[in-house]
Ligand binder design. Sequence first.
Ligand code: AHR
Length: 515
Amino acid sequence: MPKGLRWPKLLALTSVLPLAVAGLLAGVAPAQAATTGPCDIYAAGGTPCVAAHSTTRALFGAYNGRLYQVRRASDGRTADIGTLTAGGFANAAAQDAFCAGTTCVITVIYDQTGRGNNLTQAPAGGAAGGPDALADASALPVTAGGHKVYGVFVAPGTGYRNDATNGIATGSQAQGEYMVAAGNHVNSGCCFDYGNAETNARDNGNGHMGAVYFGKLCWFGGVVPGQCAGTGPWVMADLENGLFAGANGTNLNNTGRSNAFVTGMVKMNSTTYAIKDANADAGGLKTDYNGPLPTTAGYTPLHLEGGIILGIGGDNSKGSAGSFFEGVMTAGFPSDATENAVQANITSVGYALPSAGSGLTPGSEVSLRATTACCTGDYLSDSGGNVMISPVTSTSTAAAKAAATWTVRAGLANPSCVSFESRTIPGSFIRHQNFQLFRQANDGSALFHNDATFCPVPGNNGQGTSFMSVNFPTRFIRHFNFTGFIASDGGTNSFDTATLWPDDTTWVVSAPWSP
Ligand code: AHR
């Protein structure tokens, strides 16, 4: 019996599932993501999941096992992170407690099917470098169903793999796959993939892969301009030695998808393949392509090997960036009805960027109070162009109160996040430069907009709000020696010290001192 599979539960499930899922296949949206998972839907459609990975939620309605494992830097110990309830969302609070005061990486993404198709650190492969880096476990906080959860933040160099799998399609066997990724975290490095790849981390030739890709790499556009529609990012099929937008590679019907959360879906059998994409938060799937496999030698039929990759190419190319929230692989070619029901299940999750936090309404004025024990009477203030923390009380001067008051603006680089405009010098904003915070005039550049945009997330010490830098998402607004920085939780700079990092990076959004 595959390790970890709860057969009695699974058998019980299969007897009730057809009824529960019948409505889904008829296009009726599920009442709750927690009671029916995508893998229940695939099973009811006759194409069961043979791998199911997510750091955010259970992908079976009855799954209550481990979702992922984290390892902390302070003592090298590991902890498994499970669900809050059977079929429910990840217990991010358990990760926060385990990783408090230190940093954690994601070491294992468990396979929920019971087949043991876990993903772990990718080894070196045919492409240069490796073994790959592991994802910073706290780099990608989002909410799912209103719960704080963490995705897998793939910076270039990061990758996961399993070369010895169970039940994954090989040869020209049919399979389906999807992943949920982030439309705002992409690049054109090779290759932000999830799915079927070689079992030796080497490029074994055309057709030796069948993975879903998401990103801005227009593989067939390098020579002839106009071979990709728009600028992406696109959901494509990585079939080895090519990211196929459809047909023989070029397919102008694949117009790209850049929602905050994106569903990317592919399926293939011995003669055909299909590519679909969607907003993972609303609406249905768009079929970008559904037709014959590429006619170039090697692709018809495919020569799938059955390895599984995440965040890298089949040969361990690791220039890509991306965010991964959930993904599955099936045995068999899922029907369109099944895939539509799966997309409805995904949208029911309600993936969302971290909440803007109460009091952070654009146009309103706020003061940001420090939460570290030393400094709970200190506020983030403009000190002659440097951004520091300074004590402010009701008897402070009007100038000191104004210096501690900021107008909230929709993020200059991302309207889902925020920027802080000076009350006293309108047009000037808090921005980071060499990781230190300054109050500077907006010069209109993309760099300034990025440097001045911060995404509010639930406070790193469990209270208040923390502000993640939009262009350095492992860094948060921090005070250190009373000076403002964007700091990571551990690192070579003195201001990145893990000591007090959760407190120093957490702020109470307060009524403005200078209304
Ligand atoms: O097919 C695109 C990429 O080409 C594969 O992921 C990789 O193995 C090769 O470099």
